[in-house]
Write a protein that binds this ligand. Sequence first.
Ligand SMILES: C[S@@+](CC[C@H](N)C(=O)[O-])C[C@H]1O[C@@H](n2cnc3c(N)ncnc32)[C@H](O)[C@@H]1O
Length: 427
Amino acid sequence: MQANIIDYGMNAEGVAKENNFIYFVPYALVGEKVEIQIIRQYKNYADAELQSILSPSPKRQSPPCPYFYDCGGCSLQHTSYDEQLRYKALLVKKTIKKIAQLDCDVSPTVSSDKIFHYRNKASFNFSIDRAGFYKQKSKEIVDISNCLILDENINKVYSLFLQYLKGHQSIHPNIKNLVVRAINNHVLVGVVVKNHIDCADFYEILKEHFQYVGLYLVVNTRKDSVVLSGKTSFIAGTNRIEIQNFDIKYAIDLLSFHQTNISVQNKIYTTVLDYIKRDEIVINAFSGAGLLSAICAKRAKFVYGVEIEKNSHNEAEKLIKNNKIKNVKNILGDFNVEYKKINKIADALILDPPKKGCGKDILRQIIGIKSIIYISCNPIALSKDLQFLKNDYIIEKVIPYDMFPNTNQVETLVKLKLKENNNDYKH
Ligand SMILES: C[S@@+](CC[C@H](N)C(=O)[O-])C[C@H]1O[C@@H](n2cnc3c(N)ncnc32)[C@H](O)[C@@H]1O
């Protein structure tokens, strides 16, 4: 059947509507007339396959990656970059409206300086006969030899490892993942296995190609999709990547959290700093390796960083020591527990939670703080949290950032202010 694409869905698929019945058409763009075939029909909607494009959108482009239609990593390479940015702002607006019932102004998406080769970390999946990334919504691995959104050094390590496995076929069935982090020509490599193996000779190969490189072995016996878990041993080389950013020197190891697109991270952090007022006491919840706390400390009177993961906390401690920062205290612990101890004195709260968002237990506690800066990588979780906060807070700003070009993911910064009549709220 023929269909006119009038909108985008949550996964960047085209949406067509006929007699109040909705068709979701992956890879179709708004404004296109297309021929589709229904593959699954439900009560009010159907999933359809794009058969042919009868009138293409001027925003359509040829995807540069040869794996694009198989691999689940990217879903927007067929879309011009300006349309990708428009889609992401729209996605944030629609998600907040649908879930939080809030019709807020959403700023245009802030672009990434790099559209390809921006990702500084990747985790490749391995099975007995395949290596690469999963297909969309599947655990089937698509064999790939190179990925266009990754830092070139990550592709180089991956290719060296595939080569290495050819000469070490007996260990191949034991390999679960290869995790590579590459920043400023420093490379950290984690070989994730089901049972212990000896792969020290892989370090000898890496050493020939990289000046700063470290190799880890992770024995992960889990059956779920968590990759970096289990006994982690450092095998050889340099175990941390040294970074200098915002005039702050810090380091991360293989396990610490770090944003995957540093130029966009810096745009977000610059905006966060703009929102911090001089002489404020700030709590940076979910503070990772402590960079944002240190940046905010340039303006704030004092910053508390709360992080649950020990490695990241330790790196945050080293950061304040090495940079001689006196107005930051890093707290190792669960924010839900630690907040009670510090909230009474704070003026502003930065939230940068994991994908699942903050959740009601945390939100119940924080209501009352004057100002919240919420950074989120998941519009659905963000919207659920905003729904909870909306009676007590005004949304002053919503800014999407394109942290992950060519994918349907978006990072969002929301600035919230306590409503006037709630200023005397008791913590
Ligand atoms: C999205 S990351 C943000 C990290 C940091 N803001 C940054 O940009 O580098 C989320 C962080 O929250 C930490 N985390 C998860 N649950 C937590 C909790 N209940 N209390 C404190 N930290 C938590 C994770 O270990 C991770 O470092």
